[in-house]
Design a protein around this ligand. Structure first.
Ligand SMILES: *[C@@H]1O[C@H](CO)[C@@H](O)[C@H](O)[C@H]1NC(C)=O
Ligand SMILES: *[C@@H]1O[C@H](CO)[C@@H](O)[C@H](O)[C@H]1NC(C)=O
Ligand SMILES: *[C@@H]1O[C@H](CO)[C@@H](O)[C@H](O)[C@H]1NC(C)=O
Ligand SMILES: *[C@@H]1O[C@H](CO)[C@@H](O)[C@H](O)[C@H]1NC(C)=O
Ligand SMILES: *[C@@H]1O[C@H](CO)[C@@H](O)[C@H](O)[C@H]1NC(C)=O
Ligand SMILES: *[C@@H]1O[C@H](CO)[C@@H](O)[C@H](O)[C@H]1NC(C)=O
Ligand SMILES: *[C@@H]1O[C@H](CO)[C@@H](O)[C@H](O)[C@H]1NC(C)=O
Ligand SMILES: *[C@@H]1O[C@H](CO)[C@@H](O)[C@H](O)[C@H]1NC(C)=O
Ligand SMILES: *[C@@H]1O[C@H](CO)[C@@H](O)[C@H](O)[C@H]1NC(C)=O
Ligand SMILES: *[C@@H]1O[C@H](CO)[C@@H](O)[C@H](O)[C@H]1NC(C)=O
Length: 878
C-alpha cells in the first residue's frame, strides 16, 4: 500500500501567484527592540519587524555581547529576558483554525555576561513545545491555531533566565503540511545544491529557510536556468526547485540518512521534485522511494519543470531511530533518481486543551479593568495546573475538554471602581470573592444570572445602593455583604438591627449541599470552644465589637447534645475529617445545614475524661474570632464529644505543602493568616481570664475558614497558668518536636514566651515553605538553617521559591527579622505576642501598599541582615 501521496497543483493556486512578497498575516517581532522604537525592515529579507510592546507584560531588553555581533544581524542582535516570575508569555493575535509556521530564535550571546548556557522550557499555550538548551537555536513548528489568540511562553526551570530574540509567525495555506494528529516540529529542511547558499524570504513566500545540502563525492548537481513552475500548494521558491541532485553512478541509489531521538519518534517527510533536464526520446527517469528498506512510493517520474510534492499521509517511524531514505531507480529507468528538496518534521502532540475562550477573554477583561499586574497572570489561566493563575480555581479534570474557571478570588487586591461587567462573562463561576477592596457603586443584577454561582463575598468594600432582589432570591446562594457601610437594605433583607443597635450586615442563604460542603477536610482537626453555660459576664465586660471577641459562629438551641443527636448529626459517623489529639473528628450538620466538626473522645483514652473536662472548662471562658469556636458538646456516660465550627479550608500546613491543592498562598495571604493567628494567640495570653499558654502552636493548628480567615485550634494541651505571684507553671513537657521552645524544654518552665518561640517557627515556615526538621539539611532544624543562611548573607535562598519573588521585599525582611527575634534562645528577649501583632500588621501594610505591582526584589535586596551566633541570636536590619 502506498503511504505517500503526490501533491499536484489543484484549485485555488492562482490566488497565490499574485502576492509573492506580501507580508499579510505575518507577525515579525524583534523581542529586544525597545518598546516605542518604530518598526524597521531587516536588511536581507526586507521583513518588517516590530517591538513586542503590548504582546508581553514582563521582562527586560538587552543585546548580545559585542564579540558575538559579527555572527548575527538584526533582529537577532537583541533580546528580551525574563528575570521575574516562572512563566512569561507572549500573547499573539492570530487567525483561528489557521496553519501557522511559528519560529522562535534564541541566541544567548552572553548578553548578561554570566556565560550561563540557556536551559528553559518553551510552551505553546498550555503545552510543552521544547526545551531550549543550546546557545544558538531557532525552534520552528507548524501548528494549527484553535482560537484567535496564541500564547508562546518561556518557563524557567533552573538557574537559567529565559530569553528570546525573535518571534515570527507565517500563515500557511490550509491544505499543506497536514497531519493525522499533532503539530509538526522542524527536523530539517534542505534543497540539494552545492551552492552553500541558504534561501528564505522573500524568495520563499512563507519564509521557510532552505539550507543547501550536498554529498560531494557520489552526487552530481542538476540545474536549470529555465523557469520551474513551483506553484503547487507548498509554494516552493523557484531557486529551490531549479536545482537538484542525482547519484553519479546511474545504477546507484540516492541515499539520505538522519537520526531521531527518542528512537520511536514519529515523523513526516515532504519531498519536492521537478525534472530539470531535457530528456531525450528514449530516456526514462523512474524510481521508487523506500525508508529503511520499506517501500513507500513509486514508481515515480518527476514532471518537466513542474513541481510535485510527495509526502506522508501517516507518520513514519525508523527502527532504532536511524533513518535511511533511498530513491532507487526501477529497471527500466535509464537515468538515476533525482531529488530537488526535502523537509522532515517530527510529530508533537499537544493534548492539553486551552481554557474555554469566553472564560479567558472574561478574566483578561477583569484583569484589564482593574489593572491587575500579578506576575502569575500570564499565559493560559488554568493550565498547566502548576501555572494556575493566583486567585483562580478551575475545573480541568478532563484534558480533552477546555478547562473552565470555577472560582475567582480577588479579595484584598486593592480593587477600585465598580464591580465590572466583565465578570458576567465568567459563566462557570461557582465562587466569587471580591471582599476587602475599595469597590464602589451598586451591586449589579447580572450576578444573579450566573447560574453556577454558589458563594459571593462582597464584604468590606464601599458598595452602595441596595442588594438586587434577584440576588436575594437566588436559591442556594451564599452572599456576604457585611462591612459595606453605605449599602442600603430593604427591611429585614440584609440588616439585622440587634436590640443593642449593633449592626450586622450579612445575608446567609444556606447553601444546599453545595460543592464546598462536600469537600472533605483531611488532617488534624482538633478544635475547641465557647460554651456560655457559666456566666460570661465576668469575662466579657462591655467592649467594642472590633477587639476580636466574637459571637459563636453557629448558635444552637442547646449546647449540650445527647448521644443520639450526635449520631444523627454525623449521619452515624459517616464522614471522617481527621484524627485529633485524642479522638476521631467527624463531619456533621446542625440546624439542618450548618457544618460542624465533631470530635469524639475515644473510650480507650486513659486520661481522656480529665482532658475533656479541662477542655470544656477552658472553652467556657475563651471566645475570639481567631480561635476555632465550640458549638456544643455531648457528655453522656462513656460518650464524650465536642462539636466545633467546621473549618472548610483545612489547616495552614496543607496549604503550604500543596497537599490540599496546587494553589500557592501568596505572600499577602500568608501574612494575613499569621496576623490573625497572632491575634488569637495574643488573646489567649492577654485577653482571656485566666491567661493561657497554647503550648502547641504549629501550622497544623492554624485552621482556615472558607474565606481563609485563620483560627487557632487545639487547646487539648492548653493549661491555665496563674499570673499572680508566679510567672510560670511547671508541667510535663508537651508540644510538637521542632516547635518546642528549647528553654522550656531545658527548664520545664512554661511561659507564654514558649508560644512566641513556636510562633517564630510558624513564621519561618511561611517564609521558607520548608520542613521544620529536615535531616538531609546541613542544619536539620529550620531556625538554625535560616540562621546559617543569613550569616552567609544568602538571603534570597531562604525564600519560598514558589512565591516567584512576588512580594514586597521590605515586608519579607521585616518578617524574617521578627521571626528570628521570636526564636531568641532567651525567652526574655523574645517579643510579646502584642508586639508581634503590631509588627506583623506593619509587614502586611508594606505588602498591601505595593498595590498588586509585581515584586521588585532587586531594588530592596540590598538590605542586609547581619547575625551573630553564640548563645544568642540578634538580628539587626540595616
Ligand atoms: C489583539 O486583539 C484585541 C482584540 O481584538 C485588541 O484589543 C488588541 O489590541 C490586539 N493586540 C494587538 C497587539 O494587535
Ligand atoms: C555557543 O557555544 C559554543 C560552544 O560552547 C561557543 O563556541 C559559541 O561561541 C557560543 N555562542 C554564543 C552565541 O554564545
Ligand atoms: C549546476 O550544475 C553544474 C553541473 O553539474 C555544476 O557544475 C554547477 O555547480 C551547478 N550550479 C549550481 C548553482 O548548483
Ligand atoms: C504552473 O502550474 C499551474 C498548475 O498546473 C498553472 O495553473 C500555472 O499557470 C503554471 N504557471 C506557469 C507560470 O506556468
Ligand atoms: C547499470 O546497470 C546496467 C544493468 O544492470 C548495466 O548494464 C550498466 O553497465 C550499469 N551501469 C553502470 C554505470 O554501472
Ligand atoms: C545507499 O545505501 C545502501 C544501503 O545502505 C548502500 O548499499 C549503497 O551503497 C548506498 N549508496 C550510496 C551511493 O551511498
Ligand atoms: C517496514 O515497516 C514495518 C512497520 O513500520 C516494520 O515492521 C518492518 O520491519 C519494516 N521493514 C520491512 C522490510 O518491511
Ligand atoms: C518499484 O515499484 C514497482 C511498482 O510498484 C514495483 O513493481 C517494484 O518492485 C518496485 N521496485 C522496488 C525496487 O521496490
Ligand atoms: C462578553 O462576551 C461577549 C461575547 O463573547 C462580548 O461580546 C461582550 O463584549 C463581553 N462582555 C464583556 C462585558 O466583556
Ligand atoms: C459606578 O460607580 C459610580 C460611582 O463612581 C456610580 O455612579 C455608578 O452608578 C456605578 N455604576 C454601576 C453600574 O454600578
Amino acid at each position: 500500500m502506498e503511504k505517500y501521496y503526490v501533491f499536484i497543483a489543484t484549485v485555488l493556486m492562482i490566488l497565490h501567484i499574485v502576492h509573492a512578497q506580501d507580508q499579510t498575516g505575518f507577525i515579525s517581532v524583534d523581542c529586544g527592540l525597545t518598546p516605542g522604537e518604530p518598526p524597521y525592515n531587516a536588511l536581507l529579507t526586507g521583513l518588517t519587524y516590530t517591538s513586542d510592546a503590548g504582546l508581553v507584560n514582563s521582562g527586560k531588553t538587552s543585546a548580545i555581547a559585542k564579540e558575538f555581533e559579527s555572527g548575527y544581524s538584526k533582529p537577532t542582535l537583541s533580546l528580551r529576558y525574563f528575570p521575574d516570575g516562572v512563566r512569561s508569555c507572549y500573547n499573539l493575535n492570530v487567525s483561528r483554525d489557521t496553519n501557522y509556521l511559528i519560529k522562535a530564535t534564541f541566541v544567548y550571546g552572553n548578553y548578561d555576561g554570566l556565560k550561563i548556557d540557556p536551559n528553559f522550557d518553551l510552551y505553546l499555550g498550555p503545552n510543552l513545545w521544547t526545551t531550549v538548551s543550546t546557545n544558538d537555536t531557532i525552534e520552528e513548528i507548524i501548528h494549527v491555531t484553535k482560537s484567535n489568540s496564541l500564547q508562546v511562553c518561556l518557563v524557567k526551570t533552573g538557574i537559567s533566565i529565559p530569553f528570546i530574540n525573535v518571534l515570527e509567525l507565517r500563515p500557511l495555506r490550509k491544505n499543506v503540511y497536514v497531519t493525522q494528529s499533532g503539530s509538526l516540529k522542524y527536523l530539517f529542511r534542505a534543497y540539494l545544491s552545492n551552492s552553500g547558499r541558504s534561501i528564505r524570504y522573500p524568495n520563499d513566500i512563507y519564509d521557510r529557510k532552505w539550507y543547501a545540502f550536498f554529498v560531494e563525492k557520489s552526487w552530481t548537481s542538476v540545474n536549470t536556468t529555465l523557469n520551474v513552475n513551483a506553484t503547487n500548494g507548498y509554494e516552493l521558491p523557484e531557486d529551490v526547485m531549479a536545482t537538484g541532485a542525482t547519484p553519479l553512478n546511474v545504477n546507484a541509489t540516492l541515499n539520505i540518512t538522519w537520526t531521531v531521538e527518542p528512537p520511536n519518534t514519529q515523523f513526516y517527510l515532504y519531498m519536492h521534485f521537478a525534472e530539470l533536464q531535457t530528456l531525450r526520446a528514449n530516456d526514462i527517469r523512474e524510481f521508487n522511494m523506500t525508508v529503511n528498506g520499506n517501500f513507500s512510493y513509486g514508481p515515480y517520474s518527476p514532471k518537466p519543470l513542474k513541481t510535485e510534492t510527495v509526502f506522508d499521509l501517516a507518520p513514519e517511524q525508523c527502527e532504532g531511530g536511524a533513518c535511511l531514505l533511498q530513491l532507487k531507480k526501477t529497471p527500466k529507468s535509464t537515468l538515476p533518481p533525482l531529488l530537488n528538496a526535502i523537509e522532515a518534521f517530527t510529530v508533537i502532540e499537544f493534548p492539553q486543551m486551552e481554557t474555554n475562550g469566553d472564560d479567558v477573554s472574561g478574566i483578561k477583561n477583569v484583569q484589564d479593568t482593574y489593572g491587575l499586574s500579578r506576575i502569575s497572570w500570564q499565559g493560559d489561566p488554568c493550565v498547566p495546573k502548576k501555572f494556575l493563575w493566583d486567585g483562580l480555581n478551575c475545573n480541568d479534570s478532563d484534558i480533552s475538554t477546555p478547562p473552565i474557571i470555577t472560582s475567582l478570588d480577588l479579595s484584598s487586591s486593592g480593587l477600585n471602581g465598580n464591580i465590572t461587567q466583565a465578570i458576567q462573562n465568567l459563566t462557570h463561576l461557582q465562587k466569587l470573592d471580591l471582599s476587602n477592596n475599595n469597590l464602589i457603586g451598586e451591586i449589579p443584577e447580572f450576578l444573579a444570572d450566573i447560574k453556577s454561582l454558589l458563594v459571593i463575598d462582597l464584604s468590606r468594600n464601599n458598595l452602595s445602593g441596595s442588594v438586587p432582589p434577584s440576588l436575594l432570591q437566588k436559591k442556594g446562594l451564599k452572599l456576604n455583604v457585611e462591612g459595606n457601610p453605605n449599602l442600603l437594605c430593604t427591611s429585614g433583607s440584609c440588616v439585622n438591627k440587634g436590640e443593642n443597635g449593633h449592626k450586622k450586615k450579612s445575608i446567609v442563604v444556606p447553601v444546599v449541599a453545595s460543592i464546598a460542603s462536600v469537600a472533605v477536610l483531611i488532617g488534624a482537626l482538633v478544635i475547641f470552644f465557647v460554651l456560655r453555660k457559666k456566666k460570661p459576664s465576668k469575662v466579657e465586660g462591655p467592649h467594642p465589637p472590633s477587639d476580636g471577641r466574637s459571637e459563636p459562629a453557629i448558635m444552637t438551641k442547646n449546647r449540650r447534645f445527647t448521644y443520639s443527636e450526635v449520631v444523627t448529626m454525623t449521619n452515624n459517623f459517616q464522614g471522617i475529617l481527621g484524627k485529633g489529639g485524642f479522638g476521631i473528628v467527624y463531619h456533621g450538620f446542625v440546624n439542618g445545614g450548618e457544618q460542624v466538626a465533631v470530635k469524639m473522645l475515644s473510650h480507650s483514652s486513659s486520661q481522656g475524661y480529665k482532658q475533656f473536662k479541662a477542655e470544656v472548662e477552658l472553652l467556657l471562658r475563651v471566645h475570639h474570632k481567631n480561635l476555632v469556636s465550640l458549638v456544643g458538646y455531648c457528655d453522656e456516660g462513656e460518650n464524650l464529644a465536642l462539636i466545633y465550627e467546621y473549618m472548610a479550608n483545612g489547616d495552614l500546613k496543607e496549604h503550604m505543602s500543596g497537599t490540599r491543592n496546587r494553589f500557592i498562598l501568596n505572600w499577602g495571604t500568608r501574612l494575613k493568616i499569621v496576623v490573625e493567628s497572632a491575634q488569637g494567640l495574643e488573646y489567649l495570653h492577654n485577653g482571656s481570664k485566666p491567661p493561657m499558654v497554647h503550648r502547641d502552636v504549629k501550622t497544623t493548628n492554624i485552621l482556615l475558614t472558607e474565606h481563609f480567615q485563620a483560627k487557632l485550634a487545639d487547646f487539648g494541651l492548653s493549661r491555665s497558668f496563674p499570673i499572680e505571684g508566679e510567672t510560670h507553671v511547671s508541667t510535663v513537657v508537651a508540644g510538637t518536636p521542632g516547635y518546642l521552645d528549647p528553654e522550656y524544654y531545658r527548664t520545664n518552665w512554661l511561659t507564654e514566651k514558649s508560644d512566641v518561640y513556636s510562633f517564630g517557627i510558624v513564621l519561618l515556615e511561611i517564609i521558607t515553605n520548608r520542613p521544620v526538621i529536615d535531616q538531609s539539611r546541613e542544619k536539620p532544624h529550620i531556625a538554625e538553617w535560616v540562621g546559617v543562611m543569613l550569616t552567609k548573607g544568602d538571603i534570597k535562598s531562604i525564600m519560598d521559591p514558589s512565591l516567584n519573588g512576588d512580594y514586597d521585599s521590605g515586608s519579607v525582611w521585616k518578617t524574617v527579622e521578627l521571626a528570628m527575634s521570636c526564636l531568641n534562645p532567651s525567652s526574655a528577649r523574645r517579643p510579646t505576642m502584642s508586639q508581634v501583632v503590631i509588627e506583623l500588621n506593619e509587614c502586611l501594610a508594606y505588602e498591601n501598599s505595593r498595590g498588586g505591582a509585581s515584586g521588585d526584589m532587586d531594588s530592596k535586596s540590598s538590605i542586609e541582615v547581619s547575625l551573630t551566633f553564640g548563645t544568642e541570636m540578634s538580628p539587626t536590619a540595616r
